[in-house]
Design a binder for this molecule. Structure first.
Ligand code: GUN
Length: 292
């Protein structure tokens, strides 16, 4: 059996078309959705991600603001910029690209962003809301994964879902979202005693560890939906995921490639969160039109 390969670029383009229509409607009503992105330092991958995020905004008819600081900038300057953006009614989403230089207290920076504009969903208040099953902003990558699973009609209720990786950005919020859909969720990590024992039981396998090709075909249940969140650069410069695609696709029922799988969906859901934030602002301004 060979797995169905899920084309994240095509799915993403379809979702973004719908977002652009909503953005245009909002713009016509006088509110242009606006995302502000802050980048500190000269990490090459982060610079590419930020460039892609800004370009995607423009293409979807949204505004974007970009603030780039050298890695030796005083944290106070960044905090002051966040405070200014928090107070600006024309800004609907604020994103600080991670990782920040080591001198920064990343948690303190994320907490400084207004929870109403925290389109990454990383603020403690928004993490708490997600855990309680009442999310305000869903972190973009897990949000994109859920949209892909749902669009493919993958059975969620009662399914065994195994996540490899326990990061705040992917693993933990992913677990909450799958739990909310009534999956039985297992979270594995670097200290898991027998990783293959767990992965072989997975109807839905989410790989988010950041180790090139560590999930091989023999670790996958036949017919499983395999979602590869990893982006690793190989010695030859090419990108690969956390899943060994060649061996995995012979066993899985559905699989996402790297690149061209989950990656484009992360930016798409960032646009969706920014748009939702702007729609909330517009509805508050014109309560009589909110139910139209
Ligand atoms: N770095 C890697 N992924 C992300 C993300 O989703 N948001 C932010 N802000 N930084 C990241």
């Amino acid at each position: 059996m060979t797995a169905k390969i899920l084309d994240g670029n095509a799915f993403s383009a379809k979702v973004r078309e719908g977002l652009a229509v909503r953005a245009a409607a909002l713009k016509a009503a006088g509110v242009t959705p606006c995302l502000a992105v802050i980048l500190v330092g000269d990490d090459a991958a982060s610079a590419v991600y930020v460039r892609n995020k800004v370009a995607a905004c423009e293409k979807a008819g949204m505004r974007s603001l970009k603030f780039v600081y050298p890695s030796d900038i005083e944290p106070a300057v960044v905090f002051a910029k966040i405070a200014e953006l928090n107070a600006d009614p024309g800004v609907h989403g604020i994103l600080v690209q991670l990782p920040l230089p080591k001198r920064f207290d990343s948690d303190a920076v994320l907490e400084a962003i207004s929870p109403e504009k925290d389109v990454d969903g990383f603020h403690a208040e928004n993490v708490g809301a997600l855990v309680q099953g009442n999310p305000r902003f869903i972190p973009c990558t897990p949000y994109g994964v859920m949209e892909m699973l749902k669009s493919e009609g993958v059975k969620l209720a009662g399914a065994e879902a195994v996540i490899v990786g326990r990061s705040n950005i992917v693993g933990k919020p992913m677990a909450m979202l799958l739990l909310a859909e009534s999956c039985t969720v297992t979270v594995c990590h670097s200290r898991t005693a027998d990783l293959a024992f767990h992965t072989r039981r997975a109807d839905i396998l989410i790989a988010a560890v950041g180790r090139a090709k560590m999930i091989t075909g023999d670790m996958i249940k036949p017919g499983a939906a395999v979602i590869d969140v990893g982006i690793n650069r190989q010695a030859d410069g090419k990108l690969c995921g956390d899943v060994d695609f060649e061996s995995a696709k012979e066993v899985a029922g559905l699989i996402t490639p790297v690149p061209g799988g989950v990656g484009p969906m992360t930016i798409t859901m960032l646009l969706a969160n920014t748009l939702e934030s702007a729609e909330r602002v517009a509805a508050e301004r014109q309560p009589e039109k909110a139910h139209k």
